[in-house]
Design a binder for this molecule. Structure first.
Ligand SMILES: Cc1cc2nc3c(=O)[nH]c(=O)nc-3n(C[C@H](O)[C@H](O)[C@H](O)COP(=O)(O)OP(=O)(O)OC[C@H]3O[C@@H](n4cnc5c(N)ncnc54)[C@H](O)[C@@H]3O)c2cc1C
Length: 506
């Protein structure tokens, strides 16, 4: 029997598959669409925030994603009129200098130190990188396989495909997007607030492109010329689209542009178009027995602020190593309950901040004034830190109130030495095992520590920090495969901590 069926081979499903494989499990990805279908639906750009970039760095995935980003931006500059090429050049410069952290409802959040970790690319380009990694690792991916039903019993989760075939696995994860069949068929409650707006993004040829400025807030909504050649986007506060799936027409786009800009804009040709809304909903739990949810299947919200993909990729790295340990029989399945406990509050916060960002996008003089006031607030150092931490995902804390401030937080940037030399901590986590990190500043971990870890050597490695680290009074940190600190303390407690997070010793 397969270890884990992943329904949906979007970015979240693909990254989860890689994480499971790295952890020693055997995942099977069932994806309804073909690669070409996904490519044509991939309009707009996706920003990857600092925490996502740091997570990708743990697996050596930043370089290929950054390469795809630069190649894409190079293509964009080539396809542009000179005036528009300047906009692309400015964006390239900001990215190269590490100045972009993200934005809050269009209000830019910049990193004056030039240290921002931020990537921006089309979603299908990210998916290509992840699919190549998954294929290189030997993950089984079946395209054109729509799942129509999911049931579970005591021994398995069972997916029924559209052609009637059935696949069984020990666990099944729904990464099948906002309209998840897995979520619906498995009875997960999904409450929230209905749409108030319609967003349209289209690739179109306009008779007078200059009539549409690069970013405009008008009485009827917003319009934006994207960095992607030929792409134009509008937002209207009209209660949401009647039918998200009906093909968009040139007339529909022209009507939206007219309402938003107040001008007649002739759309000569419409190549592709998508609609979205601010429908905001959250699964009550991310796990029901053998069925779990990740990514948009678990939470939907407006894309304003660019956080949904980041949230989903972080779900994948949180769940992957835990589920791999459980299916391999190394850890009890109660470890999986920490997935909802840790990720649900993070998503709830994103849902809140994206609702606030939508409110700040509404037209009208009151909101204009509110935006100006917030713009002033964002100049204050503490506010910059607060909003920056929020959009960068850097303020995530999986164990608020833990006795040690490092616990629940992403591990500090350290050089550490394992048996094969000193390396950044991120590289030491590359093989998907956890890390017991000796911070004592001695020349190497002592025999006592090595002895305490001996029964978990298949799941963690031991390293010592090359320099004394600013980690409070802890002598030892236990870092999980996703880069978060599970435990901090003296040497005596490490055995129990290892059993809690990685299962009993062998
Ligand atoms: C215009 C726009 C701009 C955005 N910008 C950003 C941004 O800048 N930053 C950011 O973080 N997020 C952004 N987002 C959000 C981001 O695109 C989503 O959060 C992300 O796509 C979620 O990934 P996913 O893998 O969970 O779901 P999806 O990308 O929806 O993938 C789900 C996959 O499951 C497959 N599937 C569905 N049903 C089935 C089935 N029954 N059987 C088998 N397969 C199935 C689908 O074909 C699809 O391939 C934006 C969204 C939009 C619309």
């Amino acid at each position: 029997m397969t270890d884990v069926i992943i329904v949906g081979g979007g970015p979240v499903g693909l990254l989860l598959a890689c994480e499971l494989k790295l952890g020693g499990a055997d995942p099977l990805v069932l994806e309804a669409a073909t690669g070409e279908e996904r490519r044509t639906r991939s309009l707009g750009l996706r920003s990857l925030n600092a925490r996502t970039v740091q997570s990708l760095a743990l697996r050596g995935l930043v370089e290929p994603v950054a390469e795809a980003q630069w190649a894409m931006l190079g293509e964009f500059a080539g396809d542009r009129e000179p005036a528009e090429a300047d906009v692309v050049a400015l964006m390239v410069e900001l990215l190269q200098e590490g100045l972009i952290k993200g934005h809050f409802s269009g209000l830019p959040l910049l990193d004056e130190r030039g240290k921002a970790e931020y990537l921006m690319l089309k979603q299908h380009k990210l998916e290509t990188v992840l699919a190549e990694r998954a294929a290189a690792m030997g993950v089984r991916i079946r395209q054109g396989c729509a799942v129509v039903d999911v049931v579970q019993d005591e021994s398995a989760a069972v997916a029924t495909l559209a052609d009637g075939r059935v696949e069984r696995a020990a666990y099944l994860v729904g990464c099948d997007g906002g309209r998840s069949v897995v979520r619906k068929r498995s009875g997960f409650a999904f409450d929230g607030t209905p749409p108030t707006m319609t967003g349209r993004t289209a690739v179109a040829e306009l008779a007078s492109p200059d009539a549409v400025s690069s970013a405009l807030r008008g009485p009827g909504g917003l319009v934006n010329r994207s960095l992607v050649p030929g792409e134009v986007a509008t937002i209207e506060f009209d209660g949401g689209p009647d039918d998200r799936d009906a093909p968009m027409t040139a007339e529909e786009l022209a009507g939206s542009l007219r309402r938003v800009t107040g001008q007649d804009v002739v759309v000569k040709r419409l190549e592709a178009g998508i609609r979205y809304s601010d429908n905001t909903r959250h699964a009550e739990t991310y796990r029901k027995g053998r069925v779990l949810l990740a990514g948009d299947a678990a939470h939907v919200h407006s894309p304003i602020g660019g956080q949904g993909l980041n949230l989903g990729l972080q779900d994948a790295v949180n769940l992957g190593w835990k589920l791999a340990l459980v299916v391999r029989g190394l850890a009890p399945d109660s470890l999986l309950d920490t997935y909802t406990a840790e990720r649900h509050p993070v998503a709830a916060r994103v849902l809140r901040n994206t609702r606030a960002q939508v409110a700040l996008m509404r037209p009208g003089p009151q909101v204009d004034a509110l935006r100006e006031v917030l713009g002033e607030v964002l100049e204050l150092p503490d506010a910059k830190r607060h909003f920056g931490g929020m959009v960068e995902g850097a303020d995530v804390d999986y164990a608020p109130g833990a006795p040690h401030p490092q616990v629940g937080r992403f591990a500090p940037r350290l050089e550490a030495t394992a048996h094969d030399g000193a390396r950044p901590l991120a590289e030491l986590l590359r093989d998907g095992r956890g890390l017991v990190l000796d911070l004592s500043g001695t020349s190497g971990p002592d025999d006592g520590l090595c002895g305490a870890v001996a029964g978990h050597r298949d799941r963690v490695r031991v390293a010592h920090a090359a320099e004394p680290a600013a980690t409070g009074d802890a002598g030892v940190l236990l870092v999980r495969p996703d880069g978060y600190v599970a435990w901090a303390g003296g040497r005596d407690g490490i055995g129990d901590a290892l059993t809690t997070w990685f299962g009993p010793p062998r």
